[in-house]
Design a protein around this ligand. Structure first.
Ligand SMILES: [Zn+2]
Length: 305
């Protein structure tokens, strides 16, 4: 059994874990990301957490396979650089996290987009195990996506991460920060549901779901707009990738799984060009740990049984 470290960086929290080659998360810790304290401060706290976890487990650093990092994009996995002043204010554009941690810890280090890391985690030890072609979507504040082809992360040109959340669903929809209108994410993310809810007097997305369950028509229309957008995006995704498994995760999909899974099933049943008998839609299994497990799995050769 070999062991690697996984780090999952989020806008507010960073989680660090020890993961073994069977996919077991042996121990974990978390702390505030606090990127405003600066890049070197963040590197120092991540390195200290790695050393602490290893010491607590009685493991020498040099015996670890290495360290994998999942970070909100844009990131450059080839160069190891981060280009995200929006989620990580205080970290300079192009800061090289791979080089910084490799210098501190003298371990092999790899970096991936956080949604790709989560998909790798589900493939290594969760709901995508054993599937070659996987599309994973995470519904939360935004819509994250990871595409796996024969177990490897699908990349765009220059190693860039494809953002399925910006599939165009309705050009009359609300404006999206990417510059167009009516993206999947601008209609079906937690933020989109919350914003539409506020315009009708609901406090947040949770209030919209509660009111819809209680029969409020305005709230039901907002949820229906999100599930219709999910259907249109599902149609595009299924025809583009012909995946064998679609994994739905993220806080919103885990709490309201059927609402997000149903549009996919509807698309599968309506499409004649998609091999419906070989396509499964499943719920993510690792929850918040998917990022840490997936990041570590980048350094773990042995796949679980
Ligand atoms: Zn967009």
């Amino acid at each position: 059994v070999t062991i690697a470290i996984g780090i999952d960086i989020g806008g507010t929290k960073t989680a660090v874990g020890l993961v073994d080659s069977t996919g077991c998360l042996r121990s974990r810790t978390a702390f505030a990301t606090d990127s405003r304290a600066g890049f070197l401060d963040g590197v120092g706290r991540m390195a200290a957490a790695v050393q602490r976890l290893a010491a607590q487990a009685g493991i020498e650093l040099r015996t670890l396979s290495g360290l994998g990092i999942g970070c909100p994009g844009p990131v450059n996995p080839v160069r190891g650089t981060i280009h995200n002043p929006y989620t990580l204010p205080g970290w300079p554009d192009g800061c090289n996290l791979v080089a910084a941690l490799r210098d501190r810890l003298d371990l092999p280090v790899r970096l991936e987009n956080d949604a790709d890391a989560a998909a790798m985690g589900e493939a290594f030890a969760g709901a995508a195990r054993g599937a070659g072609r996987v599309v994973m979507l995470t519904f939360g504040t935004g819509i994250g996506s990871g595409i796996l082809i024969d177990g490897a992360i699908y990349r765009g040109c220059a190693g860039d991460h494809p953002e399925l959340g910006h599939i165009l669903v309705n050009t009359d929809g609300p404006p999206c920060y990417c510059g167009t209108r009516g993206c999947f994410e601008s209609l079906a993310s937690g933020t989109a549901i919350g914003e539409a809810g506020k315009a009708c007097g609901f406090a947040d997305s949770r209030a919209v779901f509660e009111a819809a369950a209680a029969g409020a028509e305005r709230a039901q229309q907002i949820i229906q707009r999100a599930t219709e957008a999910t259907f249109v995006a599902a149609w595009a995704l299924l025809h583009t990738f012909l995946p064998e498994r679609v994994v739905l995760g993220g806080g919103l999909a885990e709490e309201h799984y059927e609402l997000f899974a149903e549009p996919f099933r509807r698309a599968i049943m309506a499409a004649t060009l998609v091999p419906r008998d070989r396509l499964e839609v499943v719920r993510a299994r690792l929850g918040n740990d998917a990022g840490v497990v997936g990041a570590a799995s980048l350094l773990l050769r042995h796949r679980p049984d």
